[in-house]
Design a binder for this molecule. Structure first.
Ligand code: SAM
Length: 571
């Protein structure tokens, strides 16, 4: 075909007279794409700019890390990491192998530092994700392994934590910090053993008068499982016989909030503020960690408990991996869960353990949340640091449900009913049922009224014992009533005048204490009267029984010296 030079559409655009040509330069004159070398030049330029930007961001992130401004630090490292990743993907072909290696190393360190910052914010799930990503880049990265080990230790996942510290120690970088890493490794080994054996020993701390840092504990689950309960919903059951003092479980708080409350007038407001902070903490944790969120969502709201699923106890073990999806717990449900399951750290045992009277603490502990109330409890709890220790307060048979007293079991039926209302429960235990029935007797009500009106306690005890003989109330049932009227018994045993007057006509103190311990379990108020009695009798008679009582109240404290220190508390 003849070349039609006037057919403008066939002309290159920049030679088209309809489009005035712009000044042409170099390769542009031929309308060719930029040469490889030009592209390289431009990319290099971009690379340089990005590098400068990254440098700035990295310095900023490091500074925030050193200043311990964790939130901003996480943010800065996130920006830095995504810039690095962008750079790798956009300049992939242009990066020399060593440049690529350098950037990947920087990402690894940034992930490690972000993990550190996240762990300080207690965002352990995300911190662990960062560690794992960093270790994908460099599986022996010392800083990351050290950080991951510490996070896992915090989460009581001792065996994987140990593995991290062991690998970290192989790194030549560990030299400078090997003492510290070794320290963590030893701690892990000790706690791992404790978590498997439950061989805790609080003796030294107790002998030292609970001064100094509370002893290091590990999570431990004894011979127990979660099952359907005849009391309500789910409960915790033993799978083996346990004698008084046996450790049932040790569990670390999901969250706690503590304070020394100011003067009385302010204390209600202060408690409200604490409660709000506590709710915020738990809500925050449940969104940060899928496992925590999922486990919280399995707790009772106090409604329709019998329809609730029975979770496997393994789910609550720290080493159980979280494979769960995020759950969103709506605020109303969260409030109900916390209302039903949170425990106040104001148990008498906490006060004995060296805390002030105006000290107030609240917390949530998973496994303890499955323990139902009974007025004849077989277990007690003790708070040490963030840990809750549950032990048998009397002998328990395999298959029996573990129960706490949510309120004072050494109080009369009416008082217990009043207290159960504040807990939103209606106790139907054997003791409550028996006493309910007995209270139809006019004599029983008269005894109670007598106690309320401050009648002579010796006379009250005498009358109650006489009536029980007449009603043919024996064994456990007799112990129920003695526990309900314990305030009269203890006052009588304590008063020399009363004992002089009624001594022979009322039963001996140790027989009454023994009968109550058998059904209601050991209790510090029983221990107190017992040790006072021992002192009056000149010392060591009854020491073995006192120690047994003491084990029921505080668990199996290993050294006798520590037991004696505890007994002294009750003088
Ligand atoms: C800490 S939870 C105990 C575990 C609960 N049963 C579950 O299934 O998750 C406390 C709740 O259990 C129920 N509960 C505990 N003890 C009870 C009792 N003695 N009588 C009736 N309900 C009880 C009440 O609904 C209470 O709010």
């Amino acid at each position: 075909m003849k070349f039609d030079r006037y057919n403008s559409s066939l002309l290159p655009q920049n030679l088209n007279p309809k489009n005035p040509p712009r000044p042409l330069r170099g390769r542009d004159q031929l309308n060719l794409p930029p040469s490889n070398s030009k592209m390289r030049e431009e990319k290099k330029q971009q690379l340089k700019m990005a590098e400068e930007q990254m440098q700035l961001l990295r310095s900023k992130a490091t500074e925030l890390l050193l200043r311990e401004e964790w939130k901003d630090c996480v943010h800065a490292y996130s920006q830095y990491i995504s810039l690095c990743q962008d750079q790798i993907s956009s300049t992939d072909t242009l990066l020399e192998a060593d440049q690529l290696h350098k950037i990947r190393k920087s990402i690894c360190l940034a992930l490690s530092n972000r993990a550190e910052a996240r762990s300080r914010l207690r965002d352990f799930s995300k911190a662990l994700e960062d560690c794992d990503q960093a270790l994908q880049i460099d599986s022996n990265h010392f800083k990351t392994l050290f950080c991951k080990g510490k996070i896992l230790l915090n989460l009581n996942r001792y065996s994987i934590a140990m593995e991290c510290f062991r690998v970290a120690l192989l790194d030549p970088q560990a030299n400078g910090s090997s003492q510290s890493v070794n320290g963590y490794l030893e701690k892990c080994k000790k706690l791992d053993l404790l978590s498997k054996t439950g061989a805790f020993d609080l003796s030294d701390w107790i002998v030292n008068g609970f001064r100094g840092k509370s002893p290091e504990l590990a999570e431990y689950t004894g011979a127990v499982q979660i099952r359907k309960s005849e009391i309500s919903g789910r409960g915790l059951f033993t799978t083996k016989n346990m004698d008084a003092g046996t450790l049932v479980l040790v569990t670390k708080a999901i969250a706690t909030e503590r304070s020394i409350l100011p003067g009385k007038d302010l204390s209600e407001d202060a408690q409200l503020v604490m409660w709000k902070n506590f709710i915020d903490k738990v809500a925050d944790l449940s969104t940060k960690c899928n496992k925590t969120g999922n486990l919280i969502s399995k707790l009772s709201t106090g409604e329709d408990e019998d329809g609730l699923e029975v979770p496997d106890i393994c789910l609550f073990r720290p080493e159980t991996e979280e494979k769960s999806h995020p759950v969103e717990i709506e605020m109303g449900k969260m409030l109900a869960i916390l209302d039903v399951n949170s425990l106040a750290e104001d148990a008498v045992s906490t006060k004995v353990l060296g805390k002030n009277n105006d000290y107030y603490g609240v917390g949530l502990w998973f496994l303890a949340s499955f323990i139902n109330h009974s007025c004849c409890p077989n277990a007690r709890r003790l708070h040490v640091g963030d840990y809750l220790i549950v032990h048998a307060c009397r002998d328990i048979k395999a298959g029996e449900e573990i129960t706490f007293a949510y309120f004072d079991p050494l109080s009369p039926l009416d008082k217990r009913k009043e207290m159960s209302m504040t807990w939103g429960i209606q106790c139907k235990c054997k003791r409550c049922n028996f006493e309910e029935e007995l209270w139809s007797k006019k004599e029983a009500r008269e005894i109670e009224i007598g106690l309320e009106r401050g009648m002579d306690v010796g006379g009250i005890v005498y009358r109650l014992e006489e009536e029980m003989r007449r009603w043919m109330v024996r064994g456990r049932e007799r112990a129920y009533l003695r526990a309900s009227f314990w305030s009269a018994y203890s006052e009588a045993y304590r008063s020399d005048r009363t004992m002089k007057r009624w001594g022979r006509r009322i039963p001996a103190m140790d027989a009454v204490v023994d009968s109550i311990v058998d059904v209601v379990g050991s209790h510090e108020r029983l221990l107190k009267i017992f040790t006072e009695g021992m002192k009056k009798n000149g010392g060591l008679i009854g020491m073995e029984r006192a120690l047994k009582l003491c084990r029921g109240v505080y668990g199996k404290i290993v050294k006798k010296q520590a037991m004696r220190t505890l007994l002294d508390f009750h003088d």
